[in-house]
Design a protein around this ligand. Structure first.
Ligand code: GTP
Length: 324
């Protein structure tokens, strides 16, 4: 078996008991009043805080990136704005997913390139191939709720608790008989966390960009989000636009056609979702998983996967308005 399936840090990995960035799932971080804190449910027994200090330019960020991702980022120096963080459990998560990637590019006898899939074990679930997906959009549009709906099939109602910094959850889905692991990063929509979240864009293979159909400003800000994406993300990143809270018909201020028009202008797929009812949440992630899987495993002779057609066909299959 290829050594990409070897776990390089067995003894450290054992410390992490779950697939969440903070070592606990959405359901088991509930507080007594039923609210789920969206940040820092640390287990104090295994969490240590380390701060890098020193003059500007001495290499604090480079040291952290080297430790976190095992690579050095050369090029012009960009001073850190404010403060960024990489909790140790996040480091372990990245180490697991990147080093255990199961897709290897091998040369066949006739010289053509062929992807070979090898099954790898994550902390608690087997998968064939892994991708990093990020949720973006203004604060309160429902990013955390969409993620929790997809991961746990539940809705986080009640008082809104803004995400602090960044968190992630894993989910393995079946795509054409392959186990595809989506590592889904939930970012804080608040402006003050932008410098933290920007650092994570470049590794993402897909971005789900959300607005709230009951909030015109969140829709108007989509263009600014797309500008940020083009600045910080990979050129070929898969982007999907989601108009969330489609269950709130009475409070709607953004028409479905406006969302469709904007998505068309930028050439990205679009659908309206509801984290509350679950409408289209699974479809959004499955469409992304299919697109990423096809891109990664496609042979030159294979027909290209058409994500727009796939979404339309799934909408028609359900035969329901709810899919818009
Ligand atoms: N009715 C309805 N309410 C929703 C839906 N999605 C989220 N909400 C509510 O909207 C509020 C904000 O949801 P969050 O998921 O925390 O928003 P967020 O985008 O993660 O916000 P930040 O963490 O600040 O970036 C919460 O009160 C949710 O209960 C939805 O589909 N329908």
């Amino acid at each position: 078996m290829d050594d990409t399936c070897e776990s390089p840090r067995q003894e450290e990995v054992k410390l992490v008991s779950s697939d969440s960035a903070y070592g606990s799932s959405a359901m088991d971080t509930d507080t007594e009043d039923g609210q789920t804190p969206t940040a820092f449910p640390y287990n104090e027994d295994i969490t240590h805080k380390t701060i890098l200090v020193g003059d500007s330019g001495v290499g604090k960020t480079s040291l952290l990136v080297q430790y976190d991702q095992g690579k050095f980022i050369p090029g012009s120096f960009t001073a850190t704005v404010g403060i960024g963080f990489t909790p140790a459990p996040i480091f372990l998560g990245i180490a697991m997913s990147t080093r255990k990637t199961s897709l290897t590019d091998k040369q066949t006898k006739n010289g053509t390139s062929k992807y070979v899939l090898e099954r790898c074990a994550s902390i608690n679930e087997y998968y064939d191939i892994a991708f990093k997906v990020m949720l973006l959009g203004d604060s309160s549009v429902g990013k955390t709720c969409v993620l929790v709906r997809f991961k746990d099939g539940a809705f986080l109602g009640g008082n809104f608790i803004a995400t602090v910094g960044i968190d992630f959850r894993n989910k393995v889905v079946d795509v054409d008989n392959l186990k595809v692991k989506l590592q889904i990063w939930d970012t804080a929509g608040q402006e003050r966390f932008r410098s933290v979240t920007h650092a994570y864009y470049r590794d993402a293979q897909a971005l789900l960009l959300l607005y709230d159909i009951t909030s015109k400003p969140s829709f108007d800000n989509i263009r600014a989000w797309l500008t940020e994406i083009h600045e910080y993300a990979q050129k070929d990143v898969v982007i999907m636009l989601l108009g969330n809270k489609s269950d709130m018909a009475a409070e709607r201020v953004v028409k479905t056609e406006d969302g469709e028009r904007l998505a068309k202008e930028y050439g990205v797929p679009f659908m309206e979702t509801s984290a509350k009812t679950g409408v289209n949440v699974e479809l959004a992630f499955l469409a992304i998983a299919k697109e990423l899987k096809h891109r990664a495993t496609q042979q030159p002779s294979d027909p290209k996967f058409q994500i727009h057609d796939y979404i339309e066909s799934q909408k028609q299959k359900s035969g329901c308005c709810g899919l818009v």
